[in-house]
Design a protein around this ligand. Sequence first.
Ligand code: GLC
Length: 531
Amino acid sequence: MTQKSSPWWQSATIYQIYIRSFQDSNGDGIGDLAGILNRLDYLHALGVDALWITPFYPSPMADFGYDVSAYCDVDPRFGSIADFDRLRDGLHQRGMKLLIDLVPNHTSNQHPWFQEALSSRQSPKRDWYIWHDPSPDGGVPNNWWSLSGGPAWQFDPASQQYYMHSFLAEQPDLNWRNPAVRDAFYQVMRFWLDRGVDGFRVDVIGGLMKDPAFQDDPVNEGYKDSDPDFLRLKAINSSNRPEVMEVIAEMRAVLAHYAGDRVLIGELYQPVEQLVFYYGAHLEGVHLPFNFNLMWLEWKAWGVMKLIELYERHLPKGAWPTWVLGNHDQPRVASRLGPAQARLAMMLMLTLRGTPTLYQGEELGLENAIISADEIQDPFAKAGKGQGRDGERTPMPWDDSAHAGFSTHTPWLRLGGDAALKHVAAQDKDPLSMLAMTRALFKLRKQEPALSRGEWSALYADDHSLSYERILGQDRFAILLNLTGQTILVEPPPYSAKLVLSSYLDHTEKAFDFSDHVTLRPNEGCIFKAL
Ligand code: GLC
């Protein structure tokens, strides 16, 4: 009997494109689909296998595209359906995959569905959204809190009811308990699957179901003053309901009608013990529940090792792991850890077992931009508090031309402060750059299936370093990472081995003396292959 080979997404690497900020092609200062097409050779040469593109659908842009007003079309700011088709073809011709963002938790308040729902209590679309009478004192129905700040309820004076919004009031939540909503969405999925997308990254997937009794969310006893406001409550009624697995299984059934192992990825902010629930007991859940735990972990060697072990231990049988260092909603990894450790973080992510997702600009080691109050674009920052997400969304710097080659026009959000130093053209010329290291890691991962498909096992961890192995058949790799800024001596791999890649990118292929210890330079990571 022949065994089914494992799906493409298990050995693939994913690259996230925040479309507004990747490449503008028509001189309006906003990135677009044709811009991505123009940069496909760069992405192909980098070595990524799949692109995930953030929403490009028609939108009033209250949340920069995460407020969709038509699901089966392209916003003119981002191009046209013809541009989408060209981009898909460009990717497929290069053997790359195309993943798109599905935003099912909420629509724009300008979506015709919501406009119809708003028209009267008797509207056939009324129950497509989540409505509730005011509480007896006339106030909001319960204590649910929006992730963009403030109560999750907006009063509609015409009908004297509140509607629920997990994010901005311009993003009303859909009622996923209504079968008509589900059907409408599965149609949307089929539209894009028929057009050749290879899968979806599903926005806010854990939030689709809410408690039908509208019970309050309990207070989060672990809340710290430094935490964002929405963490004051434990969102167990407004979100994260186990019934969501029903919907996820239905989404999987939609995908199953298509050939080519189309993939379902879920956006889930959960500790690993809870995250693994979303695979489903029989793997009928999301294929890859995004694992964001490296993003908020204290960057200590012991802690990193503990996280990897915990995750590996909790994965249901046959479930495939996945790792993420950053995205368009979180401070950049190079700002969290510093540029030197960002190199190590990249080596870690690209040598762990599981599908890695890289956020645009991580391969350049971009840091968060400081955005002054008068330049803020992020609506969450405007509605809530703090810096918001602009810092990690600045335009990709390509070269030293005007606007760093991103656009011929002033960009919608200004360039980061490090754009002039870290742009692609400069790093291209520097054989030791972060870009060069990322390319080398991708190349090695492709050449050596042990690094993508191999088993993972721990070797050693202390306060300064961690090391682990990847094993496939006869091939054994040992990865040694120095998480400090000092030179340290670490335990050698338990066999003779040769160095195949140092994060410093020098002395490759040189054999190490394993008589005693391996010396790791400050912030150095090394990949050894057993002889
Ligand atoms: C997700 C997106 C974020 C967006 C939110 C509301 O968390 O990643 O950018 O604002 O959903 O759609």
